[in-house]
Design a protein around this ligand. Structure first.
Ligand code: ATP
Length: 199
């Protein structure tokens, strides 16, 4: 499994559609200060479901949409597509190539698709989490984050290891199940109250 290509369209400084084709192995992005290297990394995190504007170095989520320059008006939407080679079947899906697309409109809301089929954020997270990639898997180490890892408390370090080991997916499922159980308890209490009133 490896990232085959990344396409940015209306994302941060990439107003026009720009596709980067990658090969297996190490890829280096070089360029002058402010040329958009970190924006490419932000796009990678964003398409995998990043929800925090701060993690994307912005104040609000719409900041990822091209804001315009002196010679070019702002755009109304941002779109990023990530194509992963899945010939080794590392992603639990029956395709040898998987394209994840995220689109966001200035008037709010994000849409996701897997190989062109509209999908939920949860589908993207579950698809990626088994393979050890995904926005919360610490596969993206930002500037200054190495320091943070070295200074982490034992609990935080345990968190990193759990996420790398794929425990996160099960912890999230457990949290969802517990929330559903709470809602059920509340419904049950209500039913008991109502049957008490009827008697
Ligand atoms: P450095 O080497 O200094 O870390 P870099 O190559 O990583 O720089 P980025 O931080 O990726 O550069 O890009 C910064 C540029 O992206 C700035 O010029 C900024 O104005 C532009 N930019 C960020 N968000 C948007 C946006 N929404 N619309 C238009 N341009 C944007």
């Amino acid at each position: 499994m490896y990232v085959k290509s990344l396409t940015l369209k209306g994302f941060k400084s990439f107003a026009s559609a720009t596709t980067m084709r990658l090969e297996p192995g190490i890829t280096c992005i070089v360029g002058p200060n402010g040329s958009g290297k970190s924006n490419v990394v932000d796009a990678l995190a964003w398409v995998m479901g990043e929800q925090g504007a701060k993690s994307l170095r912005g104040g609000k989520m719409e900041d990822v949409i091209f804001a315009g320059t002196a010679g070019r008006p702002p755009l109304g939407r941002a779109e990023v597509s990530l194509t992963i080679d899945n010939t080794d079947g590392a992603l639990p899906i029956d395709y040898t190539e998987v394209t994840i697309t995220r689109t966001m409109f200035r008037n709010g809301g994000s849409e996701y698709a897997i190989n062109g089929t509209p999908s939920r954020l949860l589908d993207i997270q579950e698809l990626l989490s088994d393979s050890g990639i995904g926005r919360e898997m610490h596969v993206i180490v930002g500037q200054g984050q190495l320091d943070a890892v070295l200074r982490a408390t034992p609990e935080e370090r345990r968190g990193f290891i759990e996420e790398a080991a794929g425990v996160l997916k099960h912890r999230k499922r457990k949290e969802r199940a517990l929330r559903k159980l709470d809602a059920m308890e509340a419904n049950l209490t209500r039913v008991h109250d109502l049957t008490g009133e009827i008697r």
